[in-house]
Design a protein around this ligand. Structure first.
Ligand code: ZN
Ligand code: ZN
Length: 223
Protein backbone atom coordinates (compact mmCIF):
# COMPACT_ATOMS: atom_id res chain seq x y z
CA UNK A 1 0.00 0.00 0.00
CA UNK A 2 1.09 3.59 -0.68
CA UNK A 3 0.50 6.40 1.80
CA UNK A 4 -0.35 9.94 0.72
CA UNK A 5 -1.15 13.01 2.80
CA UNK A 6 -3.86 15.17 1.20
CA UNK A 7 -3.57 18.16 3.55
CA UNK A 8 -0.15 19.81 3.96
CA UNK A 9 0.96 23.41 4.48
CA UNK A 10 4.29 25.11 3.80
CA UNK A 11 5.89 28.29 5.07
CA UNK A 12 6.21 29.69 1.55
CA UNK A 13 2.46 29.50 0.87
CA UNK A 14 0.69 29.67 4.25
CA UNK A 15 1.09 32.43 6.83
CA UNK A 16 0.66 29.78 9.55
CA UNK A 17 3.18 27.38 7.93
CA UNK A 18 6.41 26.96 9.91
CA UNK A 19 8.55 24.74 7.65
CA UNK A 20 9.56 25.00 4.02
CA UNK A 21 8.19 22.69 1.37
CA UNK A 22 11.59 20.96 1.29
CA UNK A 23 11.52 20.39 5.04
CA UNK A 24 7.98 19.00 4.80
CA UNK A 25 9.19 16.57 2.11
CA UNK A 26 11.90 15.37 4.46
CA UNK A 27 9.37 14.68 7.20
CA UNK A 28 7.12 12.68 4.85
CA UNK A 29 10.09 10.66 3.61
CA UNK A 30 11.09 9.89 7.23
CA UNK A 31 7.53 8.84 8.00
CA UNK A 32 7.40 6.39 5.12
CA UNK A 33 4.90 8.20 2.90
CA UNK A 34 4.86 7.74 -0.87
CA UNK A 35 3.94 11.38 -1.32
CA UNK A 36 1.65 14.27 -0.45
CA UNK A 37 -0.39 17.13 -1.83
CA UNK A 38 0.67 20.67 -0.89
CA UNK A 39 -2.55 22.48 0.08
CA UNK A 40 -1.53 25.95 1.18
CA UNK A 41 -4.16 28.45 2.29
CA UNK A 42 -5.40 30.21 -0.81
CA UNK A 43 -5.84 33.91 -1.61
CA UNK A 44 -9.04 34.22 0.43
CA UNK A 45 -7.52 32.32 3.37
CA UNK A 46 -4.38 32.57 5.48
CA UNK A 47 -1.99 32.97 2.56
CA UNK A 48 1.64 33.96 3.11
CA UNK A 49 1.76 35.84 -0.19
CA UNK A 50 0.85 39.56 -0.22
CA UNK A 51 -2.56 40.02 -1.86
CA UNK A 52 -1.62 43.31 -3.51
CA UNK A 53 0.76 41.62 -5.95
CA UNK A 54 -0.25 41.36 -9.62
CA UNK A 55 -2.10 38.06 -10.14
CA UNK A 56 0.67 36.39 -12.19
CA UNK A 57 3.21 37.18 -9.51
CA UNK A 58 0.86 36.12 -6.73
CA UNK A 59 0.31 32.73 -8.36
CA UNK A 60 4.02 32.26 -8.96
CA UNK A 61 4.85 32.93 -5.32
CA UNK A 62 1.88 30.94 -4.03
CA UNK A 63 3.20 27.84 -5.84
CA UNK A 64 6.71 28.24 -4.35
CA UNK A 65 5.92 25.96 -1.38
CA UNK A 66 4.85 23.24 -3.79
CA UNK A 67 7.94 23.71 -5.97
CA UNK A 68 10.26 23.55 -2.96
CA UNK A 69 8.52 20.37 -1.75
CA UNK A 70 8.59 18.87 -5.24
CA UNK A 71 12.32 19.55 -5.76
CA UNK A 72 13.26 17.86 -2.48
CA UNK A 73 10.56 15.22 -2.91
CA UNK A 74 12.01 14.24 -6.29
CA UNK A 75 15.39 13.69 -4.64
CA UNK A 76 13.81 11.58 -1.92
CA UNK A 77 11.58 9.53 -4.24
CA UNK A 78 8.31 11.12 -3.10
CA UNK A 79 5.35 12.03 -5.33
CA UNK A 80 4.53 15.67 -4.58
CA UNK A 81 1.43 17.28 -6.08
CA UNK A 82 -0.02 20.79 -6.21
CA UNK A 83 -3.32 21.56 -4.55
CA UNK A 84 -4.65 24.35 -2.38
CA UNK A 85 -7.08 25.00 0.46
CA UNK A 86 -9.74 27.40 -0.80
CA UNK A 87 -11.27 29.45 2.02
CA UNK A 88 -14.78 30.88 1.93
CA UNK A 89 -14.13 32.74 5.16
CA UNK A 90 -15.34 31.77 8.62
CA UNK A 91 -13.32 28.56 8.59
CA UNK A 92 -15.10 26.92 5.63
CA UNK A 93 -12.37 25.45 3.45
CA UNK A 94 -12.21 23.18 0.41
CA UNK A 95 -9.09 21.20 -0.41
CA UNK A 96 -8.79 21.48 -4.17
CA UNK A 97 -6.89 18.82 -6.12
CA UNK A 98 -6.16 18.22 -9.77
CA UNK A 99 -5.80 21.76 -11.11
CA UNK A 100 -2.54 23.51 -11.88
CA UNK A 101 -0.82 26.87 -12.02
CA UNK A 102 -2.12 27.48 -15.55
CA UNK A 103 -5.70 27.09 -14.34
CA UNK A 104 -5.06 29.70 -11.67
CA UNK A 105 -3.50 32.09 -14.18
CA UNK A 106 -6.47 31.66 -16.53
CA UNK A 107 -8.98 32.24 -13.71
CA UNK A 108 -8.04 35.45 -11.89
CA UNK A 109 -11.68 35.84 -10.78
CA UNK A 110 -11.13 32.84 -8.46
CA UNK A 111 -10.21 35.47 -5.86
CA UNK A 112 -13.81 36.58 -5.58
CA UNK A 113 -15.86 33.47 -6.35
CA UNK A 114 -18.89 32.38 -4.38
CA UNK A 115 -18.94 28.67 -3.44
CA UNK A 116 -21.34 27.56 -6.17
CA UNK A 117 -19.33 29.22 -8.93
CA UNK A 118 -16.03 28.00 -7.51
CA UNK A 119 -17.09 24.37 -7.19
CA UNK A 120 -18.72 24.37 -10.62
CA UNK A 121 -15.61 25.82 -12.28
CA UNK A 122 -13.29 23.39 -10.48
CA UNK A 123 -15.42 20.45 -11.59
CA UNK A 124 -15.62 21.70 -15.18
CA UNK A 125 -11.82 21.68 -15.25
CA UNK A 126 -11.66 18.13 -13.84
CA UNK A 127 -10.71 19.12 -10.28
CA UNK A 128 -11.65 17.34 -7.08
CA UNK A 129 -13.05 18.98 -3.94
CA UNK A 130 -12.76 17.83 -0.35
CA UNK A 131 -14.52 19.77 2.40
CA UNK A 132 -11.77 20.06 5.03
CA UNK A 133 -12.74 19.56 8.70
CA UNK A 134 -16.40 20.62 8.09
CA UNK A 135 -17.31 20.49 11.78
CA UNK A 136 -14.39 22.55 13.03
CA UNK A 137 -15.27 24.74 15.99
CA UNK A 138 -13.02 27.71 16.72
CA UNK A 139 -13.22 31.39 17.59
CA UNK A 140 -13.06 32.30 13.88
CA UNK A 141 -15.84 29.85 12.90
CA UNK A 142 -19.22 31.55 13.50
CA UNK A 143 -21.29 28.73 12.01
CA UNK A 144 -21.02 25.31 10.42
CA UNK A 145 -21.75 25.35 6.70
CA UNK A 146 -22.20 22.23 4.61
CA UNK A 147 -22.25 21.88 0.83
CA UNK A 148 -23.18 18.24 0.24
CA UNK A 149 -24.10 18.71 -3.44
CA UNK A 150 -21.00 20.73 -4.29
CA UNK A 151 -18.11 18.65 -2.96
CA UNK A 152 -16.78 15.24 -3.90
CA UNK A 153 -15.47 14.22 -0.53
CA UNK A 154 -15.32 15.04 3.16
CA UNK A 155 -12.20 15.06 5.31
CA UNK A 156 -13.43 12.78 8.08
CA UNK A 157 -10.01 12.19 9.60
CA UNK A 158 -8.20 15.47 10.19
CA UNK A 159 -5.47 14.10 12.44
CA UNK A 160 -5.07 17.03 14.88
CA UNK A 161 -8.77 17.90 15.15
CA UNK A 162 -10.01 15.34 17.64
CA UNK A 163 -12.62 12.63 17.77
CA UNK A 164 -15.77 14.74 18.12
CA UNK A 165 -15.14 16.88 15.03
CA UNK A 166 -14.10 13.86 12.98
CA UNK A 167 -17.04 11.72 14.12
CA UNK A 168 -19.53 14.40 13.00
CA UNK A 169 -17.75 14.62 9.63
CA UNK A 170 -17.99 10.86 9.24
CA UNK A 171 -21.76 10.94 9.89
CA UNK A 172 -22.11 13.72 7.33
CA UNK A 173 -20.15 11.85 4.66
CA UNK A 174 -22.10 8.64 5.25
CA UNK A 175 -25.47 10.43 5.19
CA UNK A 176 -24.75 11.92 1.75
CA UNK A 177 -22.62 9.06 0.44
CA UNK A 178 -19.60 11.32 -0.02
CA UNK A 179 -16.09 9.89 -0.25
CA UNK A 180 -14.21 9.96 3.05
CA UNK A 181 -10.63 11.23 3.19
CA UNK A 182 -7.86 11.79 5.72
CA UNK A 183 -5.14 14.40 6.13
CA UNK A 184 -2.69 15.78 8.67
CA UNK A 185 -3.24 19.51 8.14
CA UNK A 186 0.46 19.68 8.95
CA UNK A 187 2.04 23.11 9.47
CA UNK A 188 5.57 22.13 10.48
CA UNK A 189 8.05 19.29 9.99
CA UNK A 190 7.66 17.91 13.53
CA UNK A 191 3.90 17.60 13.22
CA UNK A 192 2.27 15.87 16.18
CA UNK A 193 -0.61 14.14 14.42
CA UNK A 194 -0.25 12.44 11.05
CA UNK A 195 -2.86 10.78 8.89
CA UNK A 196 -2.91 9.44 5.36
CA UNK A 197 -4.93 7.83 2.65
CA UNK A 198 -3.50 4.51 1.62
CA UNK A 199 -3.98 3.46 -2.01
CA UNK A 200 -3.20 0.14 -3.71
CA UNK A 201 -1.13 1.60 -6.59
CA UNK A 202 1.54 4.26 -6.65
CA UNK A 203 0.20 7.58 -7.99
CA UNK A 204 2.30 8.68 -10.95
CA UNK A 205 0.14 11.79 -11.22
CA UNK A 206 -2.50 13.54 -9.18
CA UNK A 207 -5.02 12.12 -11.64
CA UNK A 208 -4.12 8.63 -10.41
CA UNK A 209 -4.63 9.70 -6.84
CA UNK A 210 -8.00 11.31 -7.63
CA UNK A 211 -9.10 8.19 -9.52
CA UNK A 212 -8.32 6.05 -6.49
CA UNK A 213 -10.43 8.39 -4.35
CA UNK A 214 -13.29 8.46 -6.87
CA UNK A 215 -13.29 4.67 -7.05
CA UNK A 216 -12.94 4.47 -3.28
CA UNK A 217 -9.96 2.16 -3.49
CA UNK A 218 -8.32 3.92 -0.56
CA UNK A 219 -8.35 3.42 3.16
CA UNK A 220 -7.75 5.92 5.94
CA UNK A 221 -4.80 5.66 8.29
CA UNK A 222 -3.99 7.49 11.50
CA UNK A 223 -0.27 7.22 12.27
ZN1 ZN B 1 -3.12 27.03 8.58
ZN1 ZN C 1 -5.30 23.24 6.29
Amino acid sequence: MYKYDLHVHTKEGSACGRSTGAEMAEMYAREGYSGFVVTDHFYTGNTAVPRDLPWEEWVERFCEGYRSAKRRGDELGLDVFLGWEFGLGGGTEFLTLGLDQNWLLANPDVRRMDPVTYCTKVHEAGGYLIHAHPFLEASYVPCIRLFPRLVDAVEVLNAPKGDFINARATEYALAYDLTRTAGSDSHNDRWHALAAVSVPCRASSITDLISALRNREHSLIQL
